[in-house]
Design a protein around this ligand. Sequence first.
Ligand code: PPE
Length: 309
Amino acid sequence: MPITPTEKIWMDGELVDWADAKVHVLTHTMHYGSGVFEGIRAYGTANGVAVFRLREHIERLLDSAKVFLIDVPFTLDQLIEATREVVRVNGMNDGCYLRPLVYLGYGEMGLNPLPCPVNVSIAAWPWGSYLGDDGVANGVSVKVSSWRRHDANAVPTAAKGTGMYVNSSLAKVEALKAGYDEAILLSPDGRVSECTGENVFVVRRGKVITPHSSDSGALEGITQDSVETIAADLGFPVVHEPLIRTDLYTADEAFLTGTAAEVVPIRSVDDRPVGDGKPGPITKEIQRTYFATVRGEVDRYKDWLDYVE
Ligand code: PPE
C-alpha cells in the first residue's frame, strides 16, 4: 500500500517535516526488530474527525513496551495528546491511519537493548481499505499458511513487536504468490491463530466464534473486541473457541478484523468457498454497524470516539 506523505511527523516531542523524519542506519530496531508499534485509525464524522479507541491503542502500545522492558519516556496521556496533535496539524479531517512506533535508536549495538535510547514517532497518512475496496465488498480469498504463528513462549504474541512481523510477511508473500489475498496462520499446535495483521471470526449456525487470543497466539485485537460487542448487541451469541482448519472450510460465514483492514468478509479458504462464496448476512450486518460506529453514527458506541478539536 503506497504512502501519501502528509506535513508533519511527531518525533520525540517535536513536529518534524515529513521529509526530515529520518533515522541513522545503525538504529538498533533496524537490525534486531526491537521496537513496538500500533496501528490506529481516525475517521471523518458529522462532528469532525475522531480517533477510534485511541486510549486502548496507546495502552496496548505501553503494554507491548512493558513486555519488552522498554522504558517509554512519555506517559499515556502525553502519547494520546501527541496522536491527536498529529491528526490536527496534518488537517486529517477525512480521517487517516496513524502509526505510533517506539524504537530503540542510535548509539548502542549488540543484543542487549537495555542501554539503547528509546525513541517514539507518530505518523499519519490517508490510507484506503487495506485489503482493497473489492475485498471489503465481496470478500477476500485466504490460504492457510505453511508458516506457523509464533509459540507464545518463543516471542510474546500478546505484544505488537516490530520484529515479530517477519512471520506475517513470510505468510503474506506466500499467500500472494500462490494467488490468494491473505493468509491464515495456525498456532504451533495446529489451531487457527490469526491472519497476517487481522483476527479471524467464523459464523456457524448463528454463533459468532473467534479464537481466544492468548490461547491461539493471536494479538488481542481492538477491532476484534469492538466486533464482539457489536455482534452481541445485535443479538448474536459470541464465543471464544479454539478452531481448527476444517472449521474454516465448513463455516457458514467467515470474516477478519483489524484496524487497517477493518471488517472484511472471507470469500474462500484454501479454494473452498465459505458458505456460498459471498459475504454472509451476519458478516454484512456486523460490517455495516462497524462502519457506522467508526463514523460516529451509532450513539451506543460514542465513547469509542475521541474527537480532535
Ligand atoms: N493481529 C495482528 C497480527 C495484527 O497486526 C493486528 C493489527 C490485529 C491482529 C488486529 O488488531 P487491531 O488493529 O487492534 O484490531 N494490525 C495492524 C497493523 C497492520 C499492518 O499490516 O501493518 C493494524 O491493523 O493497524
